[in-house]
Design a protein around this ligand. Structure first.
Ligand code: A2H
Length: 255
C-alpha cells in the first residue's frame, strides 16, 4: 500500500434473488430483464473456488450503476467514479446511477460466485470492518485463506440473531484451496486459532495473521483444487485471473 496503484481483480457476482428491501428498490426501477452484479475487488483471484459469502458494510451506501444496456453494478460511488475512467462502463467518463441501497438492505441477497464450489450461490452478509474508501466496498469472503473473512463468519454464525441473518448463511462448507508447509490446508483457520483471535475486532492480531497468511500462501502455497491443482500459487494466480477475465466474470480494477 502507498506505493503506486493497486491492481485488483473485480469479480462479477450476479444477483439471483434480492433481499426484501433491496428487491423493493430494484423492482421500482422497472428494468425488466436487466442483470445486476455485486462486484468485490480482490487481490487473491486464485482463491475464488473457496467463496462462501459476499460482505458489504451494513452502514455503507451503495449505488446501482448502469454499465451497459443490460448490466448494472452495485458498488460504492467512489469505485464507480474510478471505473468510469478505466473503460468499464459503455460511455467513457460517464456515470449513470439508477438507485442507492444501504448495505444493511442488501444482506440476505443470493448471488452467484464465479468458480465457487457453492454453485447454488452464496449470501450477502454484513462485515463491520469493510472500508468504504478501498476497492469497491464489496468483499468476497474466502474463509479458508483470509483471516479477516474467517473471523467474521465465525462471529456471524455465533451471533446470527443479533445480525439478523440465518445462521446457515454463514456456515457454508469451507473447502481447502491452498496447502502450505507451515499452516496446512486452511491457513486462515490455523492462524486465527494460533494467534487466539476471537473476534473481527482483534485488529492487531488480524494484521499479523494476514501478513503471515499472505507470505506463506504466495511463496510456499500449492493449489489443492481447481484446474491448476498441484501448481504453485505464484504460477496459478495469473492463470486463474486470466480465465475469469476471459469468461467475462471479472475485470481489472485499479486505484
Ligand atoms: B482479499 P489491500 Cl483469500 N474493506 O480477497 C476491507 N477489505 C477489503 C476491501 C474493503 N473495502 N476491499 C477489499 N478488501 C480485502 C480475498 C483475500 C483477500 C484472501 C486473503 C487475503 C486478502 C478474499 N477476501 O486480503 O489493503 C480483499 O480481500 C488481505 C489484505 O488493498 C482484498 O483481497 O491490500 C484485500 O482486502 C485488499 O486489501
Amino acid at each position: 500500500e502507498g506505493v503506486g496503484p493497486q491492481e485488483y481483480t473485480a469479480l462479477k457476482l450476479k444477483v439471483k434473488t434480492w433481499a426484501d428491501k433491496a428487491g423493493e428498490i430494484i423492482n421500482g426501477l422497472k428494468l425488466e430483464g436487466a442483470n445486476f452484479y455485486l462486484v468485490p475487488a480482490t487481490l487473491r483471484p486464485e482463491t475464488m473456488y473457496g467463496q462462501t459469502c459476499c460482505f458489504v458494510g451494513p452502514k455503507i451506501n451503495y449505488g446501482v450503476f448502469k454499465v451497459n444496456d443490460n448490466d448494472y453494478f452495485v458498488i460504492t460511488n467512489r469505485a464507480a467514479r474510478n471505473m468510469a475512467y478505466q473503460g468499464v462502463f459503455a460511455k467513457e467518463g460517464n456515470i449513470e446511477q439508477v438507485a442507492e441501497i444501504q448495505g444493511a438492505d442488501l444482506v440476505g441477497t443470493l448471488v452467484n460466485a464465479p468458480l465457487s464450489i457453492h454453485k447454488e450461490g452464496v449470501r450477502v452478509l454484513p462485515m463491520e470492518t469493510v472500508l468504504p474508501t478501498k476497492g469497491t466496498g464489496v468483499v468476497t469472503s474466502v474463509p479458508s485463506d483470509s483471516p479477516d473473512d474467517y473471523a467474521t463468519i465465525m462471529d456471524l454464525a455465533k451471533k446470527a440473531e443479533y445480525y439478523g441473518i440465518q445462521k446457515e448463511w454463514a456456515e457454508l462448507e469451507i473447502p481447502a484451496i491452498i496447502n502450505t508447509p507451515s499452516y496446512g490446508d486452511k491457513c486462515a483457520e490455523f492462524l486465527v486459532k494460533k494467534l487466539k483471535i476471537s473476534s473481527p475486532k482483534d485488529t492487531k492480531q488480524l494484521e499479523e495473521a494476514k501478513e503471515l497468511a499472505y507470505k506463506e500462501g504466495f511463496y510456499q502455497g500449492t493449489m489443492v483444487i481447481g484446474e491448476f491443482k498441484g501448481e504453485k500459487v505464484e504460477t496459478a494466480k495469473p492463470k486463474v485471473r486470466k480465465q475469469l477475465i476471459e469468461a467475462e466474470e471479472a475485470f481489472v480494477y485499479s486505484e
